[in-house]
Ligand binder design. Structure first.
Ligand code: GLC
Length: 448
């Protein structure tokens, strides 16, 4: 009995010991915490999906969607010669759009590296007639313009033999080989080392593709079939550049070593896509929502579903009301230019932000629950209520947990009549002509 008891105590000590060691794993550095703070306030960034797939004008999944063989696909780099690419022009456009950072694909699922990599010849410098490292010019232009640069990095790879076992996608691509998973991990580590060594200070790394290695029974995801070695990948990033923020589009709650959380095509916790992150998995880290201007990430010649500038502004404001940045995407064309429709919308957003930026940048989630027609952001004791529907005559807010002291029209600073009772708040807008995009009300509250 005594022996059993002793073994039990020993086992308990071991279990607790292991848990303790795990819990001690990642403590963000002071630089990292400062970078999180910056990111949290940044509000708006530019996502860029660019690769040799842009030549085919059918999005970044074209290799998978059309089952293009390895032999066929690897002819594409030979045609990739973006002579109109101008890194400074891209950065100036992002700035004029009111964006504070850029996240660009360094290597997407097709396995092609858009930067000079010593561990593969399947990269822009060695395999294209262009021969130049576009990430290098972009990093320099960003640094000059005080824009932070993040690198998207795909975990999933349809090209390399050592991405084996293969995942759920790309199964119809002819010509894929078989190799060793450890080699693939070593390859990714070598590339991450390059990305964090050769391009100056980096904002962070945006991982994607985790879900490819999850079992799927046709209805729901099961367990992972590989070990991504995140401790090593994330550890390497933080060791080389402690301020670099690590995020992973795995659609889960944050894992140890991650510094921000992204939500793909959804406001945090909304999960309208069905594969999004549920509300109870929102982490205590800065948040980012990413969205496309039409329906595609990579350049898609015939995708005409361009959202209007009004819709895009609404999405930016809603993201801010959920305490999140918006990372809005463009898919540059194979010549290196950004499609004119998208450029136009971005510049219009920038014009709007020149006036209304203070109600978006540096704001937090407000205590008012987002509503179909109006959403709110907050800065200290001020709440910016964005009325997104010009038909609204009276704003009804239920569950207002703060005392409102004044309501003004943001543009004119004119005071507006309102009533607060235990049933909520009503604001009378009948004296205003509402803006067709967004009418902003500035509320002051007593208990910030
Ligand atoms: C999805 C897509 C990928 C895209 C990403 C952007 O993960 O697979 O192509 O880069 O979303 O959020």
């Amino acid at each position: 009995m005594k022996n059993i008891f002793l073994s039990f105590v020993l086992l308990l000590t071991l279990v607790l010991g292991v848990q303790h060691a795990r819990g001690q794993g990642y403590t963000p550095s002071p630089e990292n915490l400062a970078a999180r703070e910056w990111f949290d306030q940044a509000g708006f960034g530019l996502f860029i999906h660019w690769g040799v797939y842009s030549i085919l004008g059918d999005g970044e999944w074209v290799m998978n969607n059309q089952n293009i063989s390895i032999d066929e696909y690897q002819k594409l780099p030979g045609f990739f010669n973006p002579i109109a690419f101008d890194a400074e022009a891209w950065v100036q456009m992002a700035k004029a759009a009111g964006m504070k950072y850029i996240t660009i694909t360094s290597r997407h699922h097709d396995g092609f590296s858009m930067f000079d990599s010593a561990v593969t010849s399947y990269d822009i410098v060695e395999a294209t007639p262009y021969k130049k490292d576009v990430l290098k010019s972009l990093a320099e232009a960003c640094q000059k313009a005080d824009i932070k640069l993040f690198f998207y990095y795909s975990l999933l790879d349809w090209y390399r033999d050592d991405y084996f076992p293969r995942g759920r996608t790309g199964t119809g691509i002819p010509g894929r080989g078989e190799g060793k998973w450890e080699d693939y991990i070593a390859f990714m580590k070598a590339q991450l080392r390059e990305l964090l060594t050769n391009y100056g200070p980096i904002g962070g790394i945006w991982f994607d593709g985790h879900w490819d290695q999850k079992k799927w029974d046709g209805k729901k995801f099961g367990a992972l079939q590989v070990d991504w070695h995140y401790d090593e990948l994330y550890g390497l990033i933080h060791e080389l550049q402690p301020q670099a923020l690590v995020g992973n589009n795995h659609h889960l709650g944050i894992l140890e070593g991650e510094d921000f959380q992204m939500f793909e095509k959804d406001l945090p916790g909304k999960n309208t896509t069905g594969w999004g992150t549920p509300e109870d998995q929102i982490g205590n880290v800065p948040l980012e929502v990413c969205e496309t201007i039409n329906g595609s990430w990579g350049f898609n010649l015939q995708d005409r579903r361009h959202k209007s500038t009004r819709e895009l502004i609404h999405y930016l404001v809603k993201a801010a009301a959920y305490g999140s940045n918006l990372l809005l995407n463009v898919g540059p064309m194979p010549n290196g230019e950004i499609q004119p429709e998208h450029k136009k919308s971005l510049l219009e957003m920038g014009d709007w932000l020149k006036t209304y930026g203070p109600t978006v940048y540096g704001t937090d989630k407000s205590p008012l629950t987002p509503h179909e027609q109006y959403v709110a952001t907050r800065k200290g004791n001020r709440i910016f209520l964005h009325v997104l529907d010009p038909q609204v005559k009276i704003v009804h807010l239920e569950d207002v947990p703060v005392k409102i002291n004044s309501v003004r029209h943001y543009d004119t600073q004119k005071k507006l009549p309102y009533k607060q009772s235990r049933f909520g708040v009503q604001i009378d807008l009948s004296a205003l002509v509402l803006d067709s995009t967004d009418t902003i009300l500035e509320l002051t509250i007593s208990n910030p």
